[in-house]
Design a protein around this ligand. Sequence first.
Ligand code: NAD
Length: 339
Amino acid sequence: MKKILLTGCAGFIGSNFIPYILDKYNNYHIINLDLLTYAGNLENLKEIEGKEFEYTFIKGNICDRELVESIFNQYDIRGVIHFAAESHVDNSIKMPEIFIETNVKGTFTLIDVAYKYWMMRPFQYKIEYEGCRFHHISTDEVYGSLGETGLFSETTPYAPNSPYSASKASSDMIVRSYHHTYGLNTVITNCSNNYGPKQHDEKLIPTIIRKALANESIPIYGDGKNIRDWLYVLDHCKGIDLVFHNGKQGETYNIGGKNEKTNFEIVNIICEILDKKVPQKKSYKELITFVEDRAGHDMRYAIDASKIEDQLDWKANENFDSGIIKTIDWYLNKYGVKE
Ligand code: NAD
C-alpha cells in the first residue's frame, strides 16, 4: 500500500476527491490531515465510513511542523496532495492574517518536511523515495482579473488582487522554488470556481439555494455582472488525478470548465430550477437583492484548459445544466426539502 498524505479533505473539494480516489485505486492508504476549522466537516466523508478502504483521519494543523514530521515518519509518506487552505475571499478581506499563516506558512511547512524526508540534498532523492511527488492545489485567482476578452493560460503573469489570492500565489511560488532549487518533484493545478455537493454554506451557490429556500433576500454583489468560469467539482477531481499521476514534474496545469457565467445568470438559473422543483406563490427571483460590492472585486476569470486537455486528455464530463441540477438536488436533500 502506498501511503499518501492529503490535507484539508474534510472541506469541499477534498471530501469529493477522497471517495473518488479510493473508489478508483486500490493501492493507496490515504492519510487525511485536517484541522477541522469552521470549513471542515467530517460529515462530508460519511460515505466512506464502514467501507474497506485504507484511510486514516488526523486532526491537526499543517503549520505544526512537529506533527507533520511525525506523520511522515509514522506512515512513511510517499506523496502529498495539498488541498488545505483558508479559501473564502470575503474572510480574507476581514482577517487576512490567518490566510498568510495557513496558505503560506502551512504550504512551506509541508513542502519543506517532504523535501527533507524524501531527498538527501538538492536534486538527489533517497533511492526509496525516487518519484515521490508534491501536488499543490491552487486557484485561477492568482492571475488577477480579465477584461471582456482573453483567457488565463499557464504563462499568464501572476497578479493576485485579494489577500486570499495573494496568499495562494505566494504558496505557488514556494512550490515552484522547491522544484527549481532542490529538484523536488512538484506539480501545481490552478482551477477555476468549483461547484457541487458539500460546498460550505458561505459560498455563492449554496448561499443562493439556502436563502431562496428560507424565503430570505438573496444577496448578489454589485451589479451581478462579475464573471466566473464554473467547473463541477468531480471534473476538478478528475483533473487532479490525471496531473498527480501523469503530469510532468515542475509544471503547472490550469483546469477550467469553459463555462463562463455572470453571478446574475447563476442566480437566475438556480431560481428557475427551484421554481420548478419547489414552487412557491412568487418566483424565487423576487428575492434577488443587489448589495454593496465586495472590496476589490475581480471582474472576470476564465481558464484556457488546453494544456491539460491536450497533454493529459482531460475533459469535463459535466456541463453546467446537468451539474447544477445535481448540486441543487444535493442541497434539497441536505436541507430536508421535498420536491
Ligand atoms: P474549503 O474551505 O471547503 O476546505 C478547506 C479545508 O482545509 C477544511 O476542511 C479546513 O478544515 C482545512 N484547513 C484549513 N486550515 C487548515 C490548517 N491550518 N491545517 C489543516 N487543515 C486546514 O476549501 P475548498 O473549496 O475545498 O478548497 C480546497 C483547495 O482548493 C484550496 O487550496 C483552494 O484554494 C483550492 N481551490 C478552491 C476552489 C473552489 O472553487 N472552491 C477553486 C480553485 C482552487
